[in-house]
Ligand binder design. Sequence first.
Ligand code: ZN
Length: 392
Amino acid sequence: MTNLAETKHLLKDLVGFPSISGKPNKDIIEYISKYLAKFNVKTSIDAHHDGKRFNLLATIGPEKDGGVVLSSHLDVVPANPNLWLSDPFILREKKHRLIGRGALDMKGFLACTLAMTEKYKAIEEKLNKPIHFALTFDEEVGSFGAAQFGKFFDRLGFLPKIAIIGEPTGMEPFIGHKAIIELTSEITGSTGHASNTRGKVNAICVASKMITKIEEIAKTCSQKPEKNSSFEPPYSTFNIGKVNGGEARNIIPNFCNFLWEIRPVPSDDGQSLLKLINNWVEGSLLPDLQSIDPKANVKTTLLADVPGMEARPQSSAMRLIQRLWTNSAPRVVSFGTDGGYFQKYGIETIIFGPGKMSQMHQPEEYISEFEIEDCLKFLIKLGNYMISDEKF
Ligand SMILES: [Zn+2]
């Protein structure tokens, strides 16, 4: 018997916390800690240096190396209420669909794992390898919680063998993803009336030159696709996502900034790609600008550098999913996850969770009851497997 009712109850509460990335998350952490405390589960908290955002690790079974960690991120992307039929942070139920921001990505998996607490606790005596729940902050904006989880494990003194990152994959195994380098570039130009452009640097024009250079490098990458790559597209990509600058038609803009990113394939070094652009700015663009106005400047800041997840089809994490759930061939995914960090720490990692990928970050985001049921069935099998004599 799966505990669907308990899972739905938990999901309703969890969606009720508007835990948007970057915001303090103490309230949702306290709610979860309290829930786990009801079952006497050991929990540890790991604070971000701002003291406002937290990771949590809960352990059922022995506190030692090995075992499985079920990982969920606590943050959600923002929700524009105009695009929703009702308040995105009040879970709504319609035709077996549970609708709300984060219902799918990824409080759905989180609710399923928490709902298993009682069942896992009942077999704790028989567990010779632990089952952990790892909860992270700020996955959606650069996996900042996962970035400090390695030190958290060091402090706790144990490392799980396998991590299941429960992002929505329709309960299909995904074993790899590209890295993401997130950047912002700020251009300082000169102020002045549009009628007198002599000796002035137009910040928007500088941004456009830099964007053209980025596009050029992007084109070169697209002409050198990875051989036998499973990624789509099979080359490193660049995106300029947002540009800000200027005041009025007749004012020379003295400021422009743009947000951009690089998603390198595993065979490319993202930092080297970034260096190509930075070297061009230093060696060519800046001298040109500063010969016009010495105060002109270009500053590129790294916002996040999320490691890619290397595809390892033979990993024990993949074998576990094959044994317990599906023979589907593993695939790679285009979005980033906390998995890159977990793999970097030496944990065999897989992305595997309930719900449709196409629903992620959408208005009216939902997970269905059937998808939750499937996930609960898997988690029950996992519990049985953990007390069996079988090896990973
Ligand atoms: Zn997610």
